[in-house]
Ligand binder design. Structure first.
Ligand code: 8NA
Ligand code: MG
Ligand code: MG
Length: 345
């Protein structure tokens, strides 16, 4: 489809859910042979196997709250979004939330709370979380607001409800920007795509808060920019091993060690790859490759899925995958509603 077509919206929201559901199998695994990934994925095509529904985790649970809040309020409302996170957590606490963020979610349910951003600021002795929990639910911001200024602003504020460290919320801004650009068709020119992300993040990271957090955590002055340059270097190489990707970009629960990684997965899988079945389309390649990196597989596949889905569209997603993933059909319906909201504003 053309820029910001319905197919791209549906692809983004549905593939994010698939990445989360399918990736749960390998979450936290240190090494994941591609053979195991392909075996896991092959069972999804076989509807006769009836291997039950793959459940979604915190990634999708929180993204659903973001979507519902944006749709109900027809824009960003931090009180409403915070309340939805808290309510969702108390209704299903067993979705695999990070161990720190649980404190925030409990405090967010207090009726006495006067500043909805305060619980997040209190995390980790006042330094805030740098986990990828803000980034994993950032895609819907790109689907609600056509103007990149709004995408950046609201992805930042939406992440701040749980992640007040710049290495956390800037990961959410980067993820939302990647989905925004992909939705416009920017992945047709991969070199320009990565250059535009670097240019945007130069500005996003060009402030005192980022410099300060980066210094404390002994990272480069503009941590995400530095990682995006590594992504560009890896893109330019004809052969890259999984081990190199992990050591250059990471596969962990920090936003810095997973958002650039997810972006790389999408870029690397724009073309067929030797290690992946020839009959795989782009979304299948991207999700399979993300899982083979190990580590925080559900979240990396969820973020890569959103970016890839916005590029290839819903037609690239196998129906049989949608049928075995909890929440995938809901995501498809919500994508249509977000598409309307996006084109209204
Ligand atoms: P979070 O805010 O609790 O952060 C995740 C973890 O990162 C924390 O529990 C800490 O260990 C560490 N951390 C974050 N900020 C700091 C800091 N300033 N100082 C020291 N340590 C820090 O949770 P989240 O919402 O960011 O979740 C991140 C990931 O954890 C998600 O992928 C989610 O799925 C979850 N998770 C991951 C695994 C896994 O094995 N990869 C397992 C269960 C849950
Ligand atoms: Mg998860
Ligand atoms: Mg995870």
């Amino acid at each position: 489809g053309g820029p910001a077509s319905l197919s791209r919206f549906r692809g983004a929201l549905v593939a994010a859910v698939l990445g989360d559901c399918v990736g749960g199998e390998f979450e936290g695994a240190e090494e994941v042979p591609m053979e195991s990934v392909l075996q896991h994925l092959s069972s999804l095509y076989d509807e006769t196997k009836g291997n039950g529904i793959l459940e979604y985790s915190d990634d999708t649970a929180m993204a659903r709250c973001v979507v519902q809040s944006l749709l109900t309020r027809a824009g960003f409302d931090e009180q409403d979004m915070g309340r939805r996170f808290a309510k969702e957590y108390s209704a299903s606490p067993g979705r695999g939330y990070g161990s720190g963020v649980i404190q925030v979610l409990k405090k967010l349910s207090s009726p006495q709370l006067s500043d909805v951003y305060q619980p997040a600021r209190d995390q980790f002795n006042g330094r805030g979380s740098f986990g990828n929990g803000g980034a994993m639910r950032a895609a819907p911001f790109a689907l609600a607001f056509p103007d990149p200024v709004d995408v950046k602003r609201f992805a930042h504020l939406g992440a701040m409800l749980t992640h007040s460290c710049s290495l956390g919320y800037n990961g959410a801004v980067l993820q939302a920007l990647a989905v925004h650009l992909s939705l416009q068709g920017a992945l047709d020119l991969p070199q320009q795509f990565i250059s535009r992300l670097i240019t945007e993040m130069e500005e996003v990271e060009g402030n005192e808060a980022t410099r300060n957090d980066a210094r404390i955590l002994k990272e480069a002055e503009k941590p995400f920019c530095e990682r995006l340059h590594r992504v560009r270097d890896l893109m330019d190489r004809s052969k890259v091993s999984i081990e190199e990707v992990i050591s250059e970009l990471g596969n962990g629960i920090a936003a810095l060690h997973s958002v650039p990684t997810a972006i790389f997965c999408v870029l690397h899988c724009l073309q067929p790859r030797e290690c992946l079945p020839e009959n795989y389309g782009g979304v299948e390649r991207t999700i399979a490759y993300s899982l083979a990196l190990g580590g925080d597989t559900d979240t990396i596949a969820c973020m890569a899925g959103a970016i890839a889905g916005a590029h290839y569209g819903i037609e690239a997603i196998p129906q049989s995958w949608i049928k075995c993933c909890e929440g995938a059909e809901d995501a498809d319906m919500n994508a249509e509603r977000l598409h309307m909201l996006y084109h209204q504003s």
